[in-house]
Design a protein around this ligand. Structure first.
Ligand SMILES: NC(=O)c1ccc[n+]([C@@H]2O[C@H](COP(=O)([O-])OP(=O)(O)OC[C@H]3O[C@@H](n4cnc5c(N)ncnc54)[C@H](OP(=O)(O)O)[C@@H]3O)[C@@H](O)[C@H]2O)c1
Length: 243
């Protein structure tokens, strides 16, 4: 059976992506900072879908551990989905250097560190798919979110370069720009319902993108056009807006 590795399995998005692959009879490796929190998900997937599911400790910020984490997996995954992310209020982030570093390392440096290791393995094996959850916040810096947004911008550019490099090795990379999603991260925000996706919709879109080898996807189609408008506003006008 093929295997999917979920980095950031404690998130609803991560679990729904794991479930989607389990339904398709993928064995599942659930990785996260707190393995005990993930174990109930492990049982759920094993009982419901009859797949082999394992749980692994993984901290994106602990980059020195990434090589041994990957080498310790019981099987090398065919698909890796990196859902790891962190967002705090931008004013709090810029006022606190530790929060700035956490935001950048969780959304950019950490994912790059682990995906470099996995990408090298996939390139050597001449197969595999890497799915990275980035954000439309990375398409234009806004005053309300520019530390998170710039880290996601870096991650989006990384995934683009990785896709270009690995294409020649038969390895595919999918960039996911979900738009608003109803999750723990956004629970405190009043998101417009029409523009907001559910974690299951993200999982459906991710699995479809995996099957069809899509390069960059938005979960709700209109986000592409919203972002086209936002990125088309001249900088001389954009800088005056309170966004
Ligand atoms: N919700 C949205 O509207 C939205 C929109 C666009 C993109 N995204 C992106 O979607 C992804 C999932 O976010 P979410 O909305 O589902 O929020 P979430 O529930 O907070 O998910 C974040 C995930 O990242 C994990 N994580 C954080 N720091 C980590 C670390 N140092 N090492 C390993 N794992 C770590 C969390 O694990 P713990 O349980 O251990 O904290 C959790 O599994 C993120 O990359 C986010 O940036 C979300």
């Amino acid at each position: 059976m093929p295997t999917v590795l979920i980095l950031g399995a404690s998130s609803e998005m991560g679990f729904e992506i794991a479930r989607k692959f389990a339904i398709q009879k993928f064995d599942v490796q659930l990785a996260g900072r707190q393995p005990d929190q993930i174990r109930p998900l492990q049982s759920d997937l094993q009982i419901r879908y009859g797949v082999h599911c394992t749980v692994h400790a993984f901290d994106a910020m602990d980059m020195a551990s990434h090589n041994s984490f990957y080498q310790s997996l019981p099987a090398k995954p065919d698909v890796t989905a990196c859902i790891v992310g962190y967002m705090n209020d931008n004013e709090k982030v810029i006022a606190d250097q530790a929060e700035t570093i956490r935001t950048i390392n969780t959304n950019f440096t950490g994912p790059v560190s682990i995906l470099n290791i996995i990408a090298a393995d996939y390139a050597a094996r001449k197969s595999g798919t890497i799915i990275g959850i980035s954000s439309v916040a990375g398409l234009r810096g806004r005053q309300s979110n520019y530390i998170y947004g710039s880290a996601k911008a870096g991650f989006t550019a990384y995934l683009s370069g990785l896709r270009n490099k690995l294409y020649h090795d038969g390895v595919h990379v999918v960039t996911v720009l979900p738009g608003f999603v109803n999750t723990r991260m956004t629970a405190h925000l009043a998101l417009p319902p029409l523009l907001t996706a559910q974690p299951q919709q993200v999982a459906d879109a991710v699995y479809k993108a995996y099957l069809k080898k899509k390069n960059v996807i938005y979960v709700k189609w209109f986000w592409k056009w919203i972002m086209l408008i936002i990125t088309s506003i001249p900088e001389s006008m954009f800088k005056k807006k309170k966004l």
